[in-house]
Design a protein around this ligand. Structure first.
Ligand code: MG
Length: 161
């Protein structure tokens, strides 16, 4: 009998000068990028938190603290790979992951397929089990003024139980 569990994750990082803009593991040409301790890939961080939550585990900050120099500027795909391996070590399979990016700029549409395949590769599932959607914040609040990018993720995991 398969046991199913859902998880959800959310993350937001500020947009600043002099940083790369990495979303879903794909570097997007942009005059400004996301600031944070790691590569600040909020989309991948939201996915990690969704997976950890589905498994009833502590959040991304517990496993990869932003006070640890080992994670400075780290490629967040490494964090997702480790997260997926942790779930598998506990007997979970990842069924699917769905995400929504909320960004006024840069426009991410042209990079969506690469984000899907990059996230799929890191999570160890096929790209058709990953959703990457994007919307703007219609000019409202800090996201709407291009001061930040946020991401939401949900996932379904299963385990024999
Ligand atoms: Mg983050």
């Amino acid at each position: 009998m398969k046991q199913f569990r859902i998880g959800n994750g959310y993350d937001i990082h500020p947009l600043t000068e002099g940083r790369r803009c990495v979303l879903g593991g794909v570097e997007i040409p942009s005059s400004r990028g996301l600031s944070g301790h790691s590569d600040a890939d909020c989309l991948t961080h939201a996915v990690c938190d969704a997976l950890l939550g589905a498994a009833g585990l502590p959040d991304i900050g517990h496993y990869f603290p932003n006070t640890d120099e080992a994670y400075r500027d780290i490629d967040s795909q490494q964090l997702l790979r480790q997260t997926a391996a942790l779930l598998r070590s506990k007997g979970f399979e990842i069924e699917n992951i769905d995400t929504t990016l909320v960004a006024e700029s840069p426009r991410v549409g042209p990079y969506r397929d690469r984000m899907k395949s990059t996230l799929a590769d890191s999570a160890g599932i096929s790209p058709d089990r990953i959703g990457v959607k994007a919307t703007t914040n219609e000019g409202m609040d800090d996201i709407g003024r291009s001061r930040a990018i946020a991401a939401y993720a949900v996932c379904l995991v299963s385990r024999d139980g």
